[in-house]
Structures are given as structure tokens and as C-alpha cells.
Design a protein around this ligand. Sequence first.
Ligand code: FE2
Length: 380
Amino acid sequence: MYAAELSSDGRQIEIRTPDARARFHAIWLRDNASDAETRSAGNGQRLITLDQIPEAIAMSAAVVDGETLQVTFQPEGKSVDYSLAWLMEHAYDRETQAERGWLRSELETWDSRLMAAVPEADFEDAKSDPQILQDWLGKIERFGFGKLTGGPVEDQALMQVVDLFGYVRETNYGRHFEVRTEVNPTNLAYTALGLQAHTDNPYRDPAPTIQVLYCLESSAAGGENMVVDGFKVAQRLRAENPDWFTVLSEHCARFEYAGDAGVRLTSRRPLIELAPDGELIAVRFNSRSVAALTDVPFDKMELYYAAYRRMSQIIDEPEMEVSFRLNPGESFLVDNTRVLHARKAYSGTGTRWLQGCYADKDGLLSTLAALRARAVEAAA
Ligand code: FE2
């Protein structure tokens, strides 16, 4: 089913199946060889540096044998076997994504219509059943947030949520922080205002990538939590006016926090962050901590503010928000590089006590990938 054809100079090879074709370079194949001299059989790590591969590398022979491709490299005279299925899975010979702000296919943007299907799991189920944990973490990857119900109502229970997938990230606010609100009608303005949806701590570099908020007490009316998909906001901004999207992604904002003695956190990052190939990778939005903007060219400053204003308005639109109430023992987790969160205003008296902490998204995605690999192995 596989066929392979070398170019006349041996610097490229084309692999064909009945319904696909992909070209590979000799240097790429040699660098990705998995023989015992190139990669450790134990941990899979590469044992050679690029300088140990000749610059003039070429292929002198390529033989397909069933599911395996054997390539001989010159001037080393070295033969290496490749899984053809692995090669086609890792093919890079494709059209490049042209659209600035494209998203990985694993992600799905959303608005208030997701309210009917908030990603949710029971804490005890997620703790005891790897499939339920995998499904919940998979939804967090896809949608950028998830809720847990049925957790213990005890101090620092949020650490048990983090234990499901990774590790706490400690900051100057501690391993965790308290969010206590005494709702008193005579002093409503100071304690119970709603907050605009935001991402946390954009003044850090790197910013925390996961935030967990855990409810321990909730007797006040109102005060629902809400989340907004920052990637959906960026897509809408781009659809309304590509120049707004461009100006916010091509120039850095500045953020700062100096509210505690001995702390002066600053960062210089865009509100909408793209990878070099245009992939939308992060949104930062927090009006409370934007510093003086000094990296936007003079001729673009008014355009920048128009774009920033519109981004803020889109974030505030009711059709963008998903809201939910957190009862004691319930928590939610957001991907802080994507999903904005906020608390709505209170309408009565009472108390509300939440605990929050940060954790790392790479650890969450690692746990998810390991659970998926284990499920595939178990099914095989
Ligand atoms: Fe926050």
C-alpha cells in the first residue's frame, strides 16, 4: 500500500499511499531516526546534536517493506528503519494556514449557548474513574473551562482538585488565596460589586495558565460566576474589523502590579497573542492592571484604543457569557490563557467564601495525554 520515490539528488523522498502523499527531506528523516545510536531506547531522548549529522546528508537508497521504510544515508553509510504510519502522521508537506488567528482543531469556541452544556464532572467520579477524569480534562482542553461538583467542603479542598491533574503554582499571593465577601447593603459598593470579566495576573511572565476557584460558603443571593471565551472574542473582533485584530496582536500592551510591599510585577505582552505562523495562542485582558501603553506606534494609538474599547464591549455582551452558581463543594477551573472569568454583583445579604489557586496547563495537558495513551493501550 506504500510506495516511495527518491529525488535524483537524494535530498528528498516522496511517500505515497492510495489516498495521500507527502515529501520528506533527508535532513529531517536523519534527525528523526529512532535507532539506538540516535535516540535512547529508555526515555526516547535524542542522543546526538545536529552537528553530528553531516550538512551534505542525502539518501542513497530507500526500500519499502510492508509497513517499514528503510533509508540509507550518505556520507554516513547508515541505514535506518521508519514506521511508514508514523511518517504519515508526522508529515509536514502541506499548505500553510494563511489566516492570522487560526485555531487548533482540538479547540472549539463558544458563547452563551454553551450554558446548556457546561463541561462538568463529579469530583469523586473524576478522582476514582480515569475515563471520567479524561473526559473532563478533554473538555477543558476543548472549551477552556470546566466545573466540578460534589467535592468536600473543607479548608484547602481546592488542592485536591489540582491533585487530579498537576501541581499548584505558588505566587506572592501564596499557594492559595482567600476570596471572602461579606455582603452588607450599607457598604455594597465596597464589597459586592460585579467585576468585568478578565484573565488573572497578566502582569506575570509567564502568566498563570490555570486558575481554580473553589466554593466553601455561599449564602448571599447573586454573585454567580461567569466565563467568557477570549478566543471567541478575538474571532468576533477580527470579523468586525481585521485592523482591530491586527493592531491588538502586533503591538504589546504593558501590565503591572505593585499593590503589595516588595512586589513590582511587570510584563510586556499583546492582548491577543499569535504564534509566528498566526495561531491564536493567548488572550490577556484585565483593565485593572493595564499600565501606560508605550509600545504602540504614535500613528496607531487611536486605532489601538478603538480596538481595545471594542474588545471590552464584546466581552461585556450578555450573549458572550456563560454563568453558573457555585455551591459549597463546587469549583471551576479556567484556562487563564484563553477564558476570562468574573463574578456578578450580589443582590442580598450574606457571606461568600471561595478559595483560589493557580496551576499549570502544560501539566494538565500532560495528564490528559497520558490518560489517552493509557486508554488506547488498554483497548489494544
Ligand atoms: Fe480573577
